[in-house]
Ligand binder design. Structure first.
Ligand code: PBG
Length: 340
């Protein structure tokens, strides 16, 4: 009876196995040397929430560690993030009064615009200030646009609101406007409005591929969302990959300066496609549900929190994002800076 020869047998040549990839994994120093992907504080963008008429910052039950800020606590948290070296801040505002048009979004004294002006004065020279350009936080029905007489989101009427919103946010000091509403033509209309007003330096950080995702769940708490129903008539169907390429091409053609793919982890294929197909910076948004899942599992002791966080961010970078919007931005930037 013949037995299978041991690996060192001459039947396979004296060197078998010839290739030994494990050699490069042997020590932490070797692994560090050959790492293909690294995280850097400057690649991380912190999304932040500021709420009107709040007297104390308010913790979010579904996003442990994340707060709805007052104008003052927002400034302090922004300064902390900037000191940690994060690359930018993406600001979301929650107004006290909502209406069908989302009037507070275009009011210079609306909470988001006031907060942007605060931050411009506080940290404007030291960071990239970004504003969420969408109506859902401001409308009483919670949709990302205005509604027609049948209750459907009216694309072209919404574009007019976005143009006004763009001017208000640029006026307030935002460097980049995050067009997240998924209306057709939103990048083009915002670009034209800015250029027409002479605000040629304000950029568009376009949510190009944005899916109708269950992973936005905790965000709804974060912005006290009024939405009933869903956003499937304007956000993309999770089933579609090629459709994202079309959305990306349109946003580039309309003048986007940077692109966002959102959510991140369930859409790494879309992220990879996008990074390969455009020559402008590509970001991924690690959304509220992605954050909440890791925090919840870690609280149960089911996963190692720090390793899981690093692994999610690394995999998003590996798939092609040069920038990541993440609620862990300050914490991770602080640890990276300290070499932890
Ligand atoms: C829309 C917007 C949403 C998020 C960012 N911008 C909500 C949505 O599209 O339903 C979600 C972000 C997150 O879940 O972390 N203004």
């Amino acid at each position: 009876m013949t037995t299978f020869p041991p690996p060192s047998s001459t039947a396979f040549g004296a060197q078998f196995p010839v290739s030994r990839p494990r050699r490069l994994r042997r020590t932490p120093a070797l692994r560090r040397l050959v790492a293909e992907t690294r995280l850097h504080p400057a690649d991380l963008v912190l999304p932040m929430f500021v709420k009107e008429s709040l007297s104390e910052p308010s913790p979010l039950g579904s996003m442990p560690g994340v707060l709805q800020h007052t104008r003052d606590s927002l400034k302090a948290a922004a300064a902390e993030a900037v000191a940690a070296g994060v690359g930018g801040l993406m600001i979301f505002g929650i107004p006290s009064v909502r209406d069908a048009q989302g009037s507070a979004a275009t009011d210079p004294n609306g909470i988001l615009n006031l907060a942007l002006a605060d931050l411009e004065a506080e940290v404007g020279d030291a960071t990239v200030l970004m504003a969420d350009l969408c109506l859902d936080e401001f409308t009483d029905h919670g949709h990302c646009g205005v509604l027609d007489e049948n209750g459907a989101v009216d694309n072209d009427a919404t574009l007019l609101r976005y143009a006004d919103m763009a001017l208000a946010q640029a006026e307030a000091g935002a460097d980049l406007l995050g067009t997240s509403g998924m209306m057709d033509g939103q990048v083009g209309v915002v670009r034209q409005a800015l250029d027409f007003a002479g605000m040629t330096d304000t950029g568009v950080f376009a949510y190009a591929a944005k899916y109708a995702s269950a992973f936005y769940g905790p965000f709804r708490e974060a912005v006290d969302s009024a939405l009933i129903g869903d956003r499937r008539t304007y956000q993309q169907d999770p089933a579609n990959r090629r459709e994202a390429a079309r959305e990306v091409a349109l946003d580039v053609a309309e003048g986007a300066d940077l692109l966002i793919v959102k959510p991140a982890m369930s859409y790494l294929d879309v992220l990879s496609d996008t990074a390969a197909s455009v020559d402008i910076p590509v970001a991924a948004y690690q959304v509220s549900g992605e954050y909440a899942m890791v925090e919840a599992a870690a609280q149960h002791g089911w996963i190692d929190r720090d390793r899981a966080i690093t692994e999610t961010l690394t995999s998003i970078r590996r798939a092609g994002a040069s920038i990541i919007l993440t609620y862990w931005a300050t914490e991770v930037a602080t640890k990276l800076k300290a070499g932890i």
